[in-house]
Every structure is written in C-alpha cells, then in structure tokens.
Design a protein around this ligand. Structure first.
Ligand code: TXA
Ligand code: MG
Length: 319
C-alpha cells in the first residue's frame, strides 16, 4: 500500500480533536486503550474498515471489535439482554468485549462483522480512548494496532515502529495499563461462551453471572468453515477467474470490464474488499449463476480470494 506520513498526536484537546477529524473523514488512527493500542476506523465506512485490514496485512476478514463511548450508544447497535446489562454494570468501562446480536438498521459495515449477524462491542476505560470516542461520535472498529501475527502494541512507539507509513496517525497516550487484549464473551446464543481469555479474568465473569462459563476451543478461528460459509456462498453456482459471463450468468468484475457489478473499476483491492459482501448479496438476489473476475492474489486480494473460494466450493463439501 502507499506510504504516507503518520502523525504522532499528543493526548491533548487539540490532538484528540485532530484524531476525531481523521476518523470522521475515513482515515486510520491508532489510539490507546487500557488493553492494547487499537487501530481505529469508522465502523460504518466499509472503505475505511478495508484499509484497516490492508494496513495490518490481515490474511482473512476476522470480525472486528467495535468501540463505543458509553452503554447507551452500544444499545443502539445490538440487542441488549439481561446478562449484558449485568456484565456492563459490573465491568464497563473496561477490558470486556461482548458479542451480541446486531439490531436492524445498525449501520455497521458488513466487513466489520465478516457478514455475521452478531457484533463484538466494548466500552474501553482509558480516558483518552473515551475522549476520542466522544469527540468522533462514531462507532470505532479497532483491532490491535499491529501487523497480523505480530505482538500487540502497548505504546505509541510500538505502533509507529510496525505501522508507521501505513496509517494516518497515532494518538500517544503513553503505555497501556492492562497490556492484554479484552476478554471476549459471546451472548449471541442461549448459553454464554468465553471466546477469548483476556484482560478481565474468567473468575470475575463467573462470579457476576453466577455460573461457570462454557469455553470455546482456544485459538479456534471464529470464521470456521461452515460457521460462515452460508454468508459467503450465494445460492447460485459461482465460477471464479472468469474473463466474461457465459450465457445465463451474471458477471462480477474487477478492473476495467463490463458486468452487472464491479468490485472496483479502478482495480483497487481496498475498494474491492469494501464491496465484496455487499456485491455478492446483490448478485445473489438476481438468482442466476455468478461468474467472477480474477482478483490479484496479494495484499487484500488473498483474503478476497479466500472468501471467493469458499463461495465457489462445491456445496456437497459444506460442513
Ligand atoms: O483489547 C482488545 O480487545 C483490543 C483493543 C484494541 O480493544 N482489540 C482486539 O481486537 O484485540 P482484535 O481484532 O485483535 O480481536 C478481535 C477478535 C476476533 O478475532 C474474534 O476472535 C472476536 O474478536 N470477534 C469479533 N467480532 C466477533 C463476532 N461477531 N463473533 C465472535 N467473535 C468476534
Ligand atoms: Mg489482535
């Protein structure tokens, strides 16, 4: 991706205002939370979210956690439950992420949820994070601000060393106090499941809930085949690496070409990633076989191709 100058912003009123302005205009800002530095983008802006995956060099579209300034704003985006209320009262703001069903008209990009009907939400306690979230007045999607597979950052220097030149700014709030990612608990199904051990101990959650938690297999990918395949696989057959549509097919293009829809006429993988789920849904509604242009297999193209291969996999191989 293009190299850019990454601003280091002081955690002053002016620095926070500048960071909020960058987020509002679709840019990427790393910011401190009590757990780790997050790489923030406007969660309602698919292109901004695609840039997060590109900057991190994430090979796959894992769903992202969305950060909010307060509980009232969280409740506008997800279905609130009695257990969520108990846990939020006990632990928010703080290092706990809750996965809850999305509400209709949630306004969150499908790239944030990786097409799932649930959303991971969190209200961080770091004062600078809270000021930034209030100033931006946006839901902010933020994975840890490190390249994929590398160690999570707990200082602004960690962020700059790894992502300098790839993001617009880092808001320097000093070292993170928790230094471990948030604990992730799913309340999207009838029984609560601990998806990730993190900054809030399991025992504290169990004490608040009053029962022992079911644990997800640690390190199991959230986007396990079968769990998400139905979101990627249109009902009609999908043909990849197509040059043009055959009779009866609709065509999803990339770069300069004719077709019903184009992932990015100018050949931008960032734009293509932002359009991917939405375009597949739209073509699926037409109910015809779908031919899809070849996508370069580098950068975000690897993640796009991963999803397209799932979409094109023979249906009898579904798990
Ligand atoms: O402490 C943290 O949580 C940091 C700071 C920046 O807030 N963020 C963070 O994000 O660790 P990230 O992207 O590294 O972790 C996101 C993980 C996903 O890999 C997945 O395990 C889980 O959150 N997740 C997100 N959305 C989910 C969903 N809808 N269903 C299940 N799991 C989800
Ligand atoms: Mg991470």
């Amino acid at each position: 991706m293009d190299s850019k100058t990454t601003e280091r912003l002081a955690a002053t009123a002016a620095g926070i205002a500048r960071a909020a302005e960058i987020l509002s205009s679709g840019g990427l800002v790393a910011f401190p939370t009590e757990t780790v530095y997050g790489l923030g983008a406007d969660a309602g802006n698919g292109t901004a979210v695609a840039k997060v995956y590109a900057a991190k060099d994430r090979p796959a579209f894992n769903p992202l956690i969305v950060h909010f300034a307060d509980i009232a704003t969280v409740q506008k985006h997800v279905e609130w439950t009695a257990e969520a209320a108990t846990l939020a009262a006990a632990f928010w703001p703080g290092p706990l992420t809750l996965v809850l069903p999305l509400r209709p008209d949630h306004g969150i990009s499908s790239l944030v949820t990786a097409g799932q009907p649930s959303l991971a939400v969190r209200v961080p306690s770091h004062p600078i994070a809270r000021q930034l979230l209030s100033a931006a007045a946006l839901p902010v999607a933020a994975p840890s601000a490190n390249p994929s597979g590398r160690i999570s950052p707990t200082t602004a220097d960690h962020v700059l060393n790894a992502l300098g030149g790839r993001i617009d700014a880092v808001l320097d709030g000093g070292p993170c106090t928790v230094g471990l990612e948030s604990t992730i608990l799913s309340l999207a199904d009838p029984t609560a499941v601990l998806l990730r051990q993190g900054g809030l101990p399991q025992e504290e959650l169990e004490a608040a809930l009053g029962y022992p938690l079911r644990l997800a297999a640690q390190d199991a990918p959230v986007t396990a085949p079968g769990q998400l395949r139905s979101h990627y696989a249109p009902r009609a057959p999908v043909r990849l690496n197509a040059r043009h549509a055959k009779k009866g097919e609709v065509f999803l293009g990339f770069g300069a070409c004719d077709g019903e829809l184009n992932l990015s006429a100018q050949g931008s993988l960032v734009e293509a990633a932002a359009n991917l789920f939405d375009h597949l849904h739209r073509l699926d509604r037409l109910g015809q076989p779908i031919a899809i242009a070849a996508i370069p297999d580098h950068g975000l193209g690897r993640a796009i191709n991963d999803r397209l291969r799932r979409a094109a996999a023979p249906r009898d191989e579904e798990i």
